[in-house]
Write a protein that binds this ligand. Structure first.
Ligand code: COA
Length: 320
């Protein structure tokens, strides 16, 4: 059976940056509060002219270049997003058109902040089963469009951006395992209503609602468990993991997972301070950063883990 190997990475962050200080004139908050509670200093904000698919296109193009393949070779596109261009067609279909990829399977995955891990898990199964040879897996989020900028409990947390990988069928080891979970009984803790289903909030626009403290408590417990599950499934020890790439939601949640792995924070790829929580984009954004700055090297073992609204959570153990 073929393996699925990451052969290229790419990313995109919008030019505009909103600092914590910038929020002080908009809402009742302070730089000190935001940084102490979350580890966030700033986030990137999508321009009016940009969309989820336009950010995905730039990240995907970089990943294709890094993999040394052309868009026409791609036979599967999966985008994890909660802020798509349209309800349908999927942002993956829109991207397929933008990149000029021919007929192939293309769809979005709605798994909130775990969207990239879910996409990676699905693409891994496609490739291992022989259903695809070269896949684009992307996380892209225009979170600013789904935030109420007067709600201080959400608007300071999230940022915009996109990250992409090319996943290719290979004889070499690649994705070692993925672990996907959900528990819909927490659906009222972190959600966005659907305006087209008649669930309007504040007139026409539906915004994210989050009980942050409830999310925090479950996330810490759940992510601790998934570390054990992932290592056990591969017969590995904590010391076998070279890098942790966590979903960038809160520095204190990240630190608790690193502690569980006995991993020093220098071995954790962090983007939260400068990017905030970019939902499904956060893991591929962090991966691309660490690949391009030379920290993550070929042959190393990377543990990725994510948690988001649903709740949905998951992990991937990957040999680079
Ligand atoms: N600035 C200043 N005060 C704020 C604030 C802000 N931006 N947002 C909330 N507060 C206030 C609250 O109103 C509350 O005030 P009160 O005590 O007068 O009622 C107080 O701060 C404490 O709120 P609480 O929600 O208990 O704070 P917290 O320590 O739990 O921190 C989060 C809030 C959101 C930072 C934290 O809960 C968190 O990170 N949760 C996880 C969220 C997450 O990971 N979400 C994404 C999952 S993918």
């Amino acid at each position: 059976m073929a393996n699925a190997k990451i052969t290229g990475t790419g990313s995109y962050l919008p030019k505009e940056i909103r600092t914590n200080k910038g929020f002080e004139s908009m809402i009742d908050t302070t730089d000190e509060w935001i940084y102490a509670r979350t580890g966030i200093k700033q986030r990137h904000v999508i321009a009016d002219s940009e969309t989820c698919s336009s950010m995905a296109e730039i990240a995907a193009t970089q990943a294709l270049e890094a993999a040394g393949i052309s868009a026409s070779e791609i036979d599967l596109i999966i985008i994890g997003t909660s802020s798509p261009d349209r309800v349908f067609p999927s942002t993956a279909c829109i991207l397929q058109d933008k990149l000029g990829v021919g007929d192939c399977a293309a769809f979005d995955v709605q798994a909130a902040c775990s969207g990239f891990i879910y996409g990676l898990g699905i693409a891994n199964q496609f490739i291992r089963a022989g259903g695809a040879k070269k896949a684009l897996v992307i996380g892209s989020e225009a979170n600013s469009r789904i935030l109420d900028m007067s709600d201080r409990s959400t608007c300071v947390i999230f940022g915009d951006g996109a990250g992409a990988v090319v996943l290719e069928s290979s004889e070499e080891e690649g994705v070692l395992s993925t672990h996907l979970h959900s528990d819909g009984s927490h659906q009222d803790v972190l959600y966005i209503n659907n305006p087209i289903a008649g669930q309007k909030q504040d007139g026409e626009q539906a915004y994210m609602t989050m009980l942050g403290n409830d999310v925090y408590k479950v996330a810490v417990k759940t992510l601790g468990r998934i570390v054990d599950e992932t290592l056990d499934a591969n017969g590995m020890q904590k010391s076998d993991v070279d890098w942790l790439i966590p979903h960038q939601a809160n520095i204190r949640i990240i630190a608790s997972v690193a502690k569980k792995l006995n991993m020093p924070m220098e071995k954790v790829i962090l983007t939260i301070e400068e990017q905030g929580n970019t939902s499904a984009a956060s893991i591929p954004l962090a991966l691309d950063k660490a690949v391009r700055d030379g920290r993550i090297k070929q042959g190393q073992t990377v543990l990725m883990e994510a948690f988001g609204g649903g709740f949905v959570w998951g992990s991937a153990l990957v040999k680079m």
